[in-house]
Each structure stands twice: as structure tokens, then as C-alpha cells.
Design a protein. Structure first.
Length: 288
């Protein structure tokens, strides 16, 4: 399989469609040195990107939170996504939109004179956790913790916030796990490296309060689905020792969709009826 830098296709960059292999940036691009980058990961089903405008709106909000005014409107970002899908003849795909500080007059921490650039890509991507959709993913418990909102705007989908995700996922995979679950800076259950987390106990759902984590669009969608079904949802602080009493668990994210979890550290969960029903209902919703 070819690497992501060596493929046929088109990528939208700064208002123009370029050949996939030519979608390059200079080595002194500010984002490469200082993580001045925000992004969105989205899925397209049957030619329609799920929650597309909400993703574009969040991208602009992330840029604002990171002091990066992205020079495109929601409508222009939407048009770029449609153009990329059409150019690559894709109807079911993963879509990645990234905005970043490019190379310019500044090359230090401050970079106000450097341009904000944007690119849109799309490719075919199967289940994020492989066969975990059937048997449940196995998660490690990360040694790193999600940071306080006083250290970085946690509501931004910012590249810098994912550095500990990469390290934690590598450590998890070395142990034979699919992913890792973080605690936050206070010691509460937070999220996985690229997905929010839900638990089931006695027919009710518990999920971490989104006060130190990204309030994922899939998370919000699933909470709405549960409430529509009259299932009680508790958004609250969850202590790690509570995992022993939960019966079921699943992850949510645009890439992860709804993925059952079978194990976190020494704690095990069944892939139960509610987990399967939520996963199936989400699949139906995104393709409706």
C-alpha cells in the first residue's frame, strides 16, 4: 500500500486543486515547528458529509480560539469539500480539512505575519478500530493526562492537543491494545485518543462532562439519539474506580463512529444490547 504522500488524486490547497503528490509545504512552515494548526475529520456517506456545516463552523471556531483567523467562510469550506470529493470520485470517504500557519516573514514563536493556509483532502477509510465493531476494542489507560483548560483552549480541535494522543496510542498498541483512555488533569475519566467515551449501568448512560475535553459532534449526536429514546444520560465527572461497576462501554467520533469497547485496563465490558442498538441507529442516521 502506498504512503499518504504517494497516491493518485487531487487535494484542494489555498483555493486551487493540485495533484496529490504536489500538495507540499516549505520546511519552514510555522505549523511544522510550533503546532499552529487546527483540523476537522469528517465522514462522507453516499455522497453526503455527515454534519458537514457543523464541522466547518467548528474549524473556524478552532482557528479563532488559537488566534488564527482562517480566511475562508463556511460556504467556501463546504464548496472545497464537495470539489475534492468530486475530483477524487468519492462517495464514501473520510474528509480531512486542515488550516495552519504557513511559512512567511516570521520564524519564531510569534507568527502574526505568516499566512493562514488551508487544505482539504479525502480518501477511502474503513473501520477506525478494525474488527472492534463486532467484539469490542481493547484500551490501555494512558500515563498522560488531558490538560487543564487554563493551559490551552480545549474546545479547539488543535494539532498540538494530539501530541500526547500519538504517544499514548503507540504505547497502547505495543501492549496489544487498539487505543488508550485518558484521565484528565484532575484524575477524572476523560476520553480516548481520538474519541469520546460512554458507559452503561442499569439501563442509563454515563459520559464525562465536556469541561476539559472536546465536545465531539458525534458525542452530541449520540446524546441526542439517547434522549430521543428516553434513555437517561448523565454528563458528569467519572472517577476511574467507577469503571468496575459499568456494564457496557463505547467510543464515539467521526472516524470511530460508534465503536464498542470490551476492555479498559483490567476492566471488562459486554458488547450489550444498548451498545449494538446505538451503533446500528447511528449507522442508519448517517446514511439517511
Amino acid at each position: 500500500m502506498s504512503g499518504y504522500d504517494d497516491r493518485d488524486g487531487k487535494i484542494w490547497m489555498d483555493g486551487k486543486m493540485v495533484d496529490w503528490r504536489d500538495a507540499n509545504v516549505h520546511i519552514l512552515t510555522h505549523a511544522l515547528h510550533y503546532a499552529s494548526s487546527v483540523f476537522e475529520g469528517e465522514r462522507c456517506y453516499g455522497g453526503k458529509v455527515f454534519k458537514s456545516r457543523a464541522h466547518s463552523e467548528r474549524l473556524l471556531k478552532s482557528g479563532e480560539l488559537m488566534d488564527m483567523k482562517i480566511p475562508y467562510t463556511v460556504d467556501e469550506i463546504e464548496a472545497a469539500k464537495r470539489a475534492v470529493l468530486e475530483a477524487n470520485n468519492l462517495t464514501d470517504a473520510y474528509v480531512r480539512v486542515v488550516a495552519f500557519r504557513g511559512a512567511g516573514l516570521d520564524m519564531g514563536v510569534a507568527a502574526a505575519r505568516n499566512p493562514i493556509r488551508m487544505a482539504v483532502t479525502a480518501w477511502e477509510w474503513g473501520n477506525y478500530y478494525g474488527d472492534a465493531k463486532m467484539k469490542g476494542a481493547k484500551l490501555d489507560i494512558a500515563k498522560w493526562k488531558r490538560p487543564s483548560p487554563e493551559t490551552i483552549p480545549v474546545a479547539a480541535k488543535a494539532a498540538g492537543l494530539y501530541m500526547i494522543c500519538t504517544m499514548s496510542k503507540h504505547a497502547a498498541e505495543a501492549k496489544g491494545c487498539s487505543d488508550a483512555m485518558f484521565l484528565d488533569y484532575r484524575g477524572y475519566v476523560a476520553e480516548a485518543t481520538g474519541a469520546n467515551i460512554f458507559f452503561v449501568k442499569d439501563g442509563e448512560v454515563h459520559t464525562p462532562l465536556a469541561d476539559a475535553i472536546l465536545n465531539g459532534l458525534t458525542r452530541q449526536t449520540v446524546i441526542g439519539m439517547l434522549k430521543d429514546r428516553q434513555i437517561k444520560v448523565h454528563e458528569r465527572h467519572i472517577m476511574p474506580e467507577e469503571l468496575e461497576g459499568f456494564e457496557q462501554c463505547w467510543l464515539t467520533g467521526s472516524a470511530a463512529e460508534v465503536t464498542p469497547v470490551g476492555q479498559i485496563g483490567d476492566y471488562t465490558f459486554e458488547v450489550g444490547a444498548m451498545t449494538r442498538e446505538v451503533s446500528q441507529a447511528y449507522e442508519a442516521l448517517v446514511r439517511a
